[in-house]
Design a protein around this ligand. Structure first.
Ligand code: ADP
Ligand code: MG
Length: 684
């Protein structure tokens, strides 16, 4: 009887298994089909032969032809991963590294993190077994520190080379060098259809392997007059396409998370108002800080009858290919680093894209069939206002980080380093000066012990100096928390449009005297006390995901403290010590309130404003230090703390002269700036 009862169950289980198996087989089959349909597929044999024959190969192919996902698999099957040797593939963007690794693991039937993995800053998803490793270009740079000849790699693919990020550009010089003394290493430089000749020249006339693309015609439309509000214009365009155009998905290029969230809310609101009058519109955002479980939404096939609109940063320009896009909306902007080598001021600026970028964006509409691209600017602007090419990042950014890294690799002569496009001389000099002021280099430009310790941390030199200074001020626990919170910086506080007042009140409740860094620490500490509660985050308008990420970052940084032999000590109430440690790293970013009530940077007398979200917006103390500048309508300082001018002489005596730091009150600067006055006792 019992047996009889169990029987049907067993049969059902078995039947289910069979169904599942065939589902799996189907999936496998469709993956195979997709792989075979990619433009790169017919060239597999020829490509492998060329790799066999040449040590360095430039690979050029239209975005979406299969370079990033397929080449490492071809190499794997061709035996490049024998004896635990790895194929490494760099990506300029973290989202791309994660997403592509996930895709390739799936295609190969492996669990992500086993044979196929990825490594991005503060997140290592690899194991002993990993033989295909996707990583950000910055992570490969750091690998030179632990493995200078990269001897566990059989092939290195520097992918998306055309993006010319700072790290990719530095890698060019380094990998070219190791290829010379490692003849067994294969080097592939892969890029979209741009700049192949230039790469070839740089790599001693390496041959170029071209993968002919399939591209369908794309009609380009311009606006008649410039758009005052491009987000609104983009939203209107999406709805127009949705209501009037045949099926096909839409891709909108915006500059960052904030814009994407705004556009997404606007679209949701307006489609809700239109109700059942229109077909379903699926909104899928993609940007660098989007949690990984939400990233894959952009790849979900659109159900029949519906339409998908992908709201993306320029990550979708070449790094990620989304099938099914037929319409592209291009407002013509992206967010870029901008650096003034004279003042050392660095900020993120929304900048018009280049013609090359605009054309890449338009190309996204013509991958599967003929498409349309709507440029939200005039034809005249395209012709006369856009630059031909984007300036490589190395020529418009602070070099402190890479200079410290190169020095740590023993590369002392940076003026003669083999750069594809050298950075401006004054930027290089300023980076050296800054590292000298931070104590990372001595007066001969050689790495100091402090500099060596700073290089252990995968963060900017100012942050690593701040971390190391926390040893002296006995507040490393707090400084680690602050560093971690700064790394998720602008995504801590949640501010939904319909609850702005509540959200702002909740945020203000976290304010503590001393400034924004202290406030961020306060948020983290309170969250810790709730044992990392999601509910608490929800009630206090805090983004849980950001907190979780901050905790991960914090754990990793804490792990590194052992390597620099710093004991983690805590002193949460002594915010003077905490702020002094911050000052020790960020003394460059000092601003002073002038008589007219404006803040000016101390060294260069530039006008800067406190960001309205800052806890210091109303306090307006005389001396402040900011974490970063963002340029919107003005130069805004984001994350600000109050300091005393005397601290600057204490932490950076070689950088500031007492005369520069007079506060105008007629008081002389104290001679002995060590422990004076209330510095030690004044705590909050
Ligand atoms: P390339 O590097 O030449 O631009 P890719 O290898 O990135 O091309 O893309 C090849 C194909 O793989 C594209 O059709 C793309 O849509 C698909 N693809 C890549 N990542 C994913 C993913 N995470 N999910 C589904 N499809 C993907
Ligand atoms: Mg690619």
């Amino acid at each position: 009887f019992v047996q009889a009862l169990q029987m049907p169950g067993t049969i059902t289980d078995k039947a289910k298994e069979e169904v599942e198996l065939s589902e799996k087989q189907k999936k496998k089959l469709s993956i195979k089909e997709t792989q075979r349909s990619l433009p790169i597929y017919p060239f597999k044999g020829g490509l492998l032969e060329a790799i066999e024959q040449f040590q360095v190969l430039i690979i050029e192919g239209e975005t979406g032809s299969g370079k990033t996902t397929q080449i490492p698999q071809y190499l794997y099957k061709a035996g490049f991963c024998k004896d635990g040797m790895k194929v490494g593939c760099t990506q300029p963007r973290r989202v791309a590294a994660m997403s592509v690794a996930a895709r390739v693991a799936e295609e190969m039937g492996f669990k992500l993190g086993n044979e196929v993995g990825y490594s991005i800053r503060f997140e290592d998803c690899t194991s002993e077994r990993t033989v295909i490793k996707y990583m950000t270009d910055g992570m490969l740079l750091r690998e030179f520190l632990t493995e200078p000849d990269l001897k566990t790699y059989s092939v290195l693919i520097i992918d998306e080379a055309h993006e010319r990020t700072l790290h990719t550009d530095v890698l060019f010089g380094l990998v070219k060098d190791i290829a010379r003394f490692r003849p067994d290493l294969k080097l592939l430089i892969s890029s979209a259809t741009l700049d192949a000749e230039k790469f070839s020249q740089f790599f001693d006339d390496a041959p170029v392997f071209r993968i002919p693309g399939r591209r369908f015609p794309v009609d380009i439309y311009y606006t008649k007059a410039p758009e005052a509000d491009y987000i609104d214009a983009a939203v209107v365009s999406v709805l127009q396409i949705h209501c009037t155009q045949p099926e096909g998905d839409v891709l909108v290029f915006l500059t960052g998370q904030e814009e994407i969230e705004t556009a997404s809310e606007m679209l949701m609101e307006r489609t809700r108002k239109l109700g059942s009058k229109i077909k379903e519109l699926i909104i899928a955002p993609i940007y660098a800080n989007l949690p990984s479980d939400l990233q894959s939404k952009i790849f979900d096939p659109t159900p029949p009858g519906a339409r998908k609109v992908v709201l993306a940063t320029n990550i979708a320009e070449t790094s990620l290919t989304i099938d099914g896009i037929k319409y592209v909306i291009d407002p013509g902007f992206c967010k870029q680093n901008s650096y003034n080598a004279r003042t050392g001021m660095e900020s993120l600026v929304v900048t018009p894209v280049s013609k090359a970028s605009a054309n890449q964006r338009a190309g996204r509409a013509g991958r599967v069939s003929a498409g349309k691209c709507f440029r939200l600017y005039t034809a005249w602007a395209y012709k006369n206002e856009l630059e031909d090419n984007t300036v490589p990042e190395i020529q418009r950014t602070n070099l402190g980080n890479v200079v410290l890294l190169l020095k740590s690799l023993g590369i002392n002569d940076l003026i003669h380093f083999d750069f594809m496009d050298p950075p401006p001389h004054e930027t290089l000099v300023l980076a050296l000066e800054q590292l000298y002021a931070l104590g990372a280099l001595n007066h001969k430009g050689e790495l100091t012990k402090l500099g060596r310790r700073m290089a252990e941390f995968p963060v900017d030199p100012m942050l690593s100096k701040m971390i190391l200074a926390s040893e002296r001020y006995k507040c490393s626990k707090e400084i680690l928390t602050i560093t971690a919170m700064l790394s998720v910086n602008n995504a801590v506080f949640y501010r939904p449009k319909d609850k702005v007042v509540h959200a702002d009140t909740a945020r203000q409740n976290f304010f503590l005297p001393g400034g924004d860094h202290i406030t961020l620490m306060n948020v983290y500490n309170q969250w810790e006390e709730t044992a990392h509660s999601t509910q608490w985050c929800f009630e206090n308008f805090i983004q849980y995901r950001s907190m979780k990420r901050a905790r991960d970052v914090r754990d990793q940084l804490e792990g590194l403290m052992e390597r620099v032999e710093i004991e983690v000590t805590s002193n949460p109430l002594d915010t003077v010590s905490i702020r002094k440690a911050i000052t020790a790293g960020f003394f460059y970013h000092t601003a002073k309130l002038d008589k007219g009530g404006n803040y000016r940077t101390v060294k260069h007398n530039q006008t800067v404003m406190v960001h309205p979200n800052s806890s210091m917006f109303e306090d307006r103390p005389k001396w402040i230090i900011y974490h970063e500048l963002v340029f919107t309508t003005k130069e805004f300082m984001r994350q600000v703390i109050e300091i005393e001018n005397g601290w600057l002489l204490e932490v950076a005596p070689h950088y500031y002269k007492a005369k520069e730091l007079e506060d105008g009150s007629g008081r002389k600067m104290p001679k002995n700036t060590g422990k004076t006055r209330a510095d030690v006792t004044r705590t909050y």
